[in-house]
Each structure stands twice: as structure tokens, then as C-alpha cells.
Design a protein around this ligand. Structure first.
Ligand SMILES: [Zn+2]
Length: 89
């Protein structure tokens, strides 16, 4: 699994200046929350990720990610119509 860690660049890329494609209102920066569903049910909070390619089941981990590019997902929201604009940086 190749998780791209962008450090300070990530926070810059999360500041959106884009407008809604439907109603042209300025988007609010945000992301998709993923709460842990592991066997210990720790409830750890994570930012959702985008994975390149189709899902490949794995008996032990649920999905195989070994050779995949994985990126953090940002979800900018329109405060007027609620549309989400997803980006994977
Ligand atoms: Zn909108």
C-alpha cells in the first residue's frame, strides 16, 4: 500500500477556493470521517481514503491493498445546496 503523506502541503490543499458546480456558491472545506470497525471496536476516527483500481477481497484484512496507490479523500461541501465535491489528494 502506497499512502502518500503530504505533510504541510495537505493542509494547503484542503483549503478550497472552488465554487459549487451546480449553484456556484463557494465550497466549505471538509473530509469524510471513517470510524474504525476493527474487531476490538476501538472507534478510532480516520479520514477516508481513495484506492486505485477495483476492490480485491482478502480473507485476513477484508481488502487487499499491497500494490495500490492510496490517497486521502477531501469532501468540500456547498452550504447552499449540500452537494459534495470529492477530491483525492
Ligand atoms: Zn451548490
Amino acid at each position: 500500500m502506497l499512502v502518500e503523506r503530504l505533510g504541510a502541503r495537505t493542509s494547503l490543499m484542503n483549503d478550497t477556493t472552488r465554487d459549487c458546480l451546480r449553484c456556484k456558491a463557494p465550497l466549505e472545506a471538509g473530509y469524510l470521517l471513517d470510524t474504525g470497525h476493527d474487531m476490538l471496536e476501538t472507534g478510532m476516527r480516520h479520514q477516508s481514503r481513495w484506492v486505485a483500481g477495483p476492490p480485491q477481497p482478502n480473507f485476513w484484512t477484508g481488502l487487499k491493498l499491497s500494490d495500490r496507490v492510496v490517497r486521502l479523500v477531501y469532501a468540500d461541501r456547498c452550504p447552499r445546496c449540500g452537494t459534495l465535491d470529492l477530491r483525492a489528494n
